[in-house]
Design a protein around this ligand. Structure first.
Ligand code: F6P
Length: 536
């Protein structure tokens, strides 16, 4: 079996060594290839034709997926097996949006607990919306307890929806300083969102905001404004959250996959229960595709295979996410955590060093803004950066001309990355402008575009809760496939621990008059300089 896997990798590598392996333009006329690389999953149309996946390469990658048992691993996840081996946990975010009775974690009925919590959340939303006492909801959380719900609320909130949502994540007091001025404690509901309820930044902010509630309302009343979203029910009680205002979830929900759980309550409160339910339903639709589509039609798998080709075979170590929709402004940030915290791994499940690069750096901004900041590098930089371009066919505003411009720009970026611009074209353009031969010769190299730069276009009809749920779940499943292909645990995050521990040691050393402990000379000197600058 291991030999089969290595042979499959070798076959892909052999194709990658073929001259012109990264070329895309020569492949574009192949209609049969286009049919294989243009896929619909639910409402998402994915066009992977602007990549250098030839039919042969795709076959070799699919053979690799077969050897690696990606779809069998998917089924093990769905069965609730403890596939997060370093933490001994199942991985069941699909249960959060699945039907009753569908998922088990060991002998536990995962779906029953999910639906009980959803019922409680729905009843809570109905009460809050019915009372009309609260106008604002503040979600205090960080990482997965912030990025997913914040991204979704920003994408889905429309004028007239029940409440305004605010997201307090950074321990930087400026964040709360800026937020609190617009808020009235009497009209504000505060959600403390933390899977562990121990995250230092979240707890520091939770104390600040609880003090603000108590100062404005008195201690007895403040409790009624506090809600906790957590797996740590002991700690939520100790913090003073009334029992009926605690919404739990289980440890088989990873933080970066938790926006579908109680962690999503801010979305339901701000946008309404129907919107949150539609988000879950959208994700479920993508789950159904992922769980049932054969490998060659399975969109998350195909996107993962394209990533393997780019990262491991062509040596493209980054990827850009470019949503052409302002409302998806936090989508790249959410994907950064989903992808980089999952796939930033350097050892296999068995603890051995990986033999190929794993997770790429993911970054992004909405288009068209991205075009005026970093797209230069994608067009003319030294290393290609594959781009995911998300297009929304229909806007929710009436400014049709703006929307045509937006769509045209998204299409144009993908087209420009693909086709590039050769010397003949550039020279002719400069000659037509009447430039002399010396000026043309001097400028020509600067104005060439190499082309053959990959992109994947994802097209959805509208941006609504259903399509957003599908999009996010698509990337979650892509991450799963990559974890299986690279044989790494995509569901732990030990790499975040050391910095947390060291910060814990440093906090008391930054108190006035405190002496630094044992550090490297750079850190020791910086501590001393901070004390000096703070007059301590
Ligand atoms: O530090 C990383 C992390 O553990 C993420 O995985 C998680 O989403 C985030 O911190 C917040 O954790 P919690 O929800 O437990 O506060």
């Amino acid at each position: 079996m291991a030999d089969g896997i290595e042979a499959a990798w070798d076959r892909v590598a052999e194709l990658a060594r073929t001259p012109g392996a990264g070329a895309i333009r020569p492949l574009m006329a192949d209609a049969a290839r286009a049919a294989r690389l243009t896929r619909r999953a639910g409402d998402v149309l994915a066009d992977l034709t602007k990549t250098s996946l030839s039919a042969e390469v795709l076959d070799a990658l699919l053979a690799l997926a077969g050897e690696r048992g990606v779809l069998a691993a998917r089924d093990a996840m769905a069965r609730g097996e403890a596939i997060n081996t370093t933490e001994g946990r199942a991985v069941l975010h699909m249960a959060l949006r699945g039907p009753r009775g569908a998922f088990k974690a060991g002998s536990e009925d995962a779906s029953a607990e999910v639906h009980d919590t959803l019922d409680a959340m729905r009843a809570f939303c109905a009460r809050v919306h019915g009372e009309q006492r609260f106008t604002d909801v503040v979600n205090i959380g960080i990482g997965g307890s912030d990025l997913g719900p914040q991204m979704a609320a920003r994408a889905l909130w429309r004028a007239g929806m029940p409440m305004r949502a605010h997201y307090l994540s950074n321990v930087d007091g400026h964040a709360w300083e800026a937020m609190r001025h617009g808020l009235d404690p009497a009209r504000t509901l505060v959600l403390v969102a933390s899977k562990t309820f121990t995250t230092a930044e979240t707890m520091a902010n939770a104390h600040l905001v609880r003090d603000w509630l108590r100062a404005g309302l008195g201690e007895a009343e403040a409790g009624a404004h506090l809600v906790a979203l957590s797996t740590n029910l002991k700690a939520t009680a100790a913090f003073g959250v009334p029992e009926g205002q605690v919404f739990g979830f289980k440890d088989w929900v990873g933080g970066r996959f938790s926006m579908w759980s109680a962690i999503g309550l801010s979305v339901a409160l701000a946008c309404g229960w129907e919107v949150f339910q539609a988000l879950l339903d959208g994700a479920r639709r993508m789950d159904e595709h992922f769980l049932s589509a054969p490998a060659e039609e399975n969109l998350p798998l195909l996107m993962a295979l394209a990533e393997v080709w780019h990262v491991d075979m062509l040596g493209y170590p980054t990827r850009a996410v470019l949503p052409y929709d302002e409302r998806l402004g936090r989508f790249p940030a959410h994907l950064q955590q989903v992808e980089m915290e999952s796939l930033g791994k350097r050892v296999t499940l068995g603890g051995l060093p990986v033999s190929r690069p794993t997770g790429p750096v993911v970054f992004g901004e909405p288009g068209t803004n991205a075009q005026h900041s970093f797209m230069q590098l994608l067009h003319q930089g030294t290393t290609p950066v594959p781009a995911d371009i998300v297009l929304v066919a229909n806007p929710d505003h009436g400014f049709e001309e703006n929307h045509r411009q937006l769509l045209a720009n998204g299409l144009a970026q993908a087209e420009a990355l693909l086709r590039g611009r050769d010397a003949t074209e550039v020279r002719e353009e400069m000659e037509a402008k009447g430039m002399d031969a010396a000026a043309i010769a001097a400028l020509l190299p600067h104005r060439l575009f190499p082309g053959d730069r990959p992109s994947t276009t994802l097209l959805i009809p509208h941006l609504d809760a259903g399509t957003l749920g599908q999009l996010v779940a698509l990337y979650e499943h892509k991450v799963f496939c990559l974890g299986a292909l690279w044989n790494v645990n995509a569901f732990d995050q030990w790499g975040v621990e050391l910095g947390k521990q060291l910060a814990g040691v440093l906090v008391p050393e930054l108190a006035p008059g405190a002496k630094p402990g044992a550090h490297d000379p750079s850190t020791t000197a910086l501590i001393a300089e901070i004390h000096r600058l703070r007059g301590e």
